[in-house]
Design a protein around this ligand. Structure first.
Ligand code: CO
Length: 505
């Protein structure tokens, strides 16, 4: 019997080395999105392919499998919920996912996803689903094969895919929270549509000079706690956050002179992701303890700063005067009430990425239902547009005029990202439940925001969520932090409290 402690240390060293190699790839990925000259794309693709190959080799090496099997008994390393057991549990999960997939399938998926994304771009441009259908069918067939190869404890195919983004989550769990949320939101959206109180959103598309937007966004990101000595903000066509490693977190945004909310709330959103990355314990880099808990928990951090904080009345009581000085031409004749109403505008729209806090969740639930049906085989890809439009009509009271504004709008399915969508709405649910608990623990948060004090909330998140890494899976983390399982109630309460007065409901 090998010495357990020594084996554990070997495992950690190995995971760290693999993560270091992976983080070089992340840095190249960031550079590709922000700085890469057009002609460098080919060479970059080779660099990235080499690195991913090396990471894959390290992640599937038989020695790693041996270490994991020597460490298989949690009792040997501190018990089921110990930090060490979490490191082994998640390393095992990653290893199993990697070794269960035959090389042929991995290569076939990667090739198909690249070509399928190209086909999707063309099909969306032409508003022609038929053009994309053969590719979608191919991706779905391969993802079903992937799900079978990986398997799931529940026996539900979709769960094997969901697990890649939300470790341990199941369809049944997600449905039990989404169900009540969906019914309540459909009702709320219809009441808002019928309300004769509608904000004037034209004030948000006046002229907001880009360099001033940049300064203003940076000052807000800094105020909420994003550390610019441990990160930076750049411009990218598709905003993202990439935690390269301890002390180095890259966030991006994009500016439009005639659309204030895009860059501003986008920066708060990515800064929220960034604050999570910066709050992970540096000494655990490379293991589960230094890793975010799930995509949903990650999204809860971005959504909390973007929406629950950044779109709150108290936040603007602090930031509105500076905003008026920064953008006198756009805002000098606008009252804080009108501005606050405009940034909280809710209205049904076709496009998910442009959706507000309320309707966003319905966009997600629609996709979650359809992708489940596609993976289970209940829905054939050919029938997707019809079912999409019908469900959209049920949720939003309108039918997309074409597939570019319907089932062709997102890149995800063409890129093989099936099982990813629910994490966005889970993020909103987690955010509301965490925020409710933070208020219970810290007292009057709006009063703090009014004074520009965001550090108490940030420290609370650091301690309760960030510092724990992935010691606990998302559902358990929520229970530990809030004392109860995830439910739709906190999000619904939060939305009603904010939206009802704005729309006179
Ligand atoms: Co996000």
């Amino acid at each position: 019997m090998p010495d357990i402690e020594e084996r554990y240390n070997q495992l950690v060293a190995r995971l760290r080395e693999t993560a270091l190699l992976g983080s070089c790839g992340h840095l190249l990925g960031w550079d590709e999105q922000t700085n890469l000259p057009k002609k460098g794309a080919g060479h970059r693709a080779e660099q990235v392919a080499l690195l991913s190959g090396l990471v894959h080799e390290k992640s599937t090496a038989p020695e790693l499998g041996d270490m994991l099997s020597d460490l298989r008994n949690p009792e040997d390393i501190g018990g089921e919920e110990s930090p060490q057991a979490a490191v082994v549990r998640e390393a095992r999960r990653q290893y199993d996912r990697a070794v269960k997939l035959p090389r042929r399938l991995v290569e076939e998926l990667s090739r198909t996803e690249t070509l399928s994304q190209q086909a999707w771009i063309e099909a969306r441009k032409a508003k022609d689903f038929a053009q994309f259908l053969p590719w979608l069918e191919k991706v779905v067939a391969l993802k079903r094969e992937e799900a079978d190869a990986i398997g799931s404890e529940t026996g539900v195919k979709y769960d094997a895919l969901l697990d890649d983004y939300e470790p341990g989550a199941t369809t049944e769990q997600v449905q039990s929270v989404f169900g009540p949320l969906r019914d309540a939101l459909v009702e709320l959206v219809s009441a808002i549509r019928d309300s004769d109180k509608q904000p004037d959103i034209s004030i948000l598309t006046r002229s907001y000079p880009v360099d001033v937007q940049r300064q203003f966004s940076i000052s807000a990101a800094r105020a909420i706690g994003f550390d610019f000595d441990a990160g930076r903000l750049d411009v990218a066509a598709h905003p993202f956050c990439s935690g390269i490693g301890p002390g180095d977190c890259r966030i991006t945004t994009r500016y439009d002179e005639h659309h204030f909310p895009g860059a501003f709330f986008g920066t708060l959103h990515e800064a929220g992701h960034g604050i999570y990355e910066q709050g992970l314990p540096a000494e655990h880099f490379g293991t589960a303890l230094g890793h975010s808990a799930s995509l949903g928990i990650h999204e809860s951090q971005s959504r909390m700063w973007e929406n629950l904080v950044g779109r709150s009345r108290a936040f603007w009581e602090h930031f509105y005067k500076p905003a008026q000085s920064a953008f006198p031409e756009a805002l000098s004749d606008v009252s804080i009430n009108d501005f606050y109403a405009a940034v909280n505008d809710v209205r049904p729209s076709w496009i998910r990425v442009e959706a507000d806090e309320v309707t966003y969740n319905l966009h997600i639930m629609l996709r979650f239902e359809l992708e489940q049906a596609i993976v289970s085989g209940d829905l054939s890809p050919a029938d997707l547009p019809g079912v999409w439009n019908e469900t959209f009509q049920n949720y939003f009271g309108m039918t997309p005029p074409d597939d570019a504004l319907g089932c062709l709008q997102d890149i995800h399915w063409s890129a093989g990202l099936i099982g990813y969508f629910p994490t966005y709405a889970l993020g909103n649910l987690y955010a509301a439940q965490f925020f409710e608990q933070a208020e219970a623990d810290l007292g009057d948060l709006p009063e703090m925001f009014r004074k520009g004090e965001f550090a108490p909330l940030k420290s609370w998140l650091n301690e309760k969520i960030h510092q724990r890494g992935l010691q606990y899976r998302a559902d358990r983390l929520v229970e530990i932090v809030t004392g109860k399982p995830l439910s739709a109630a906190p999000l619904l309460n939060y939305l009603h409290n904010k939206i009802d007065p704005l729309y006179g409901l």
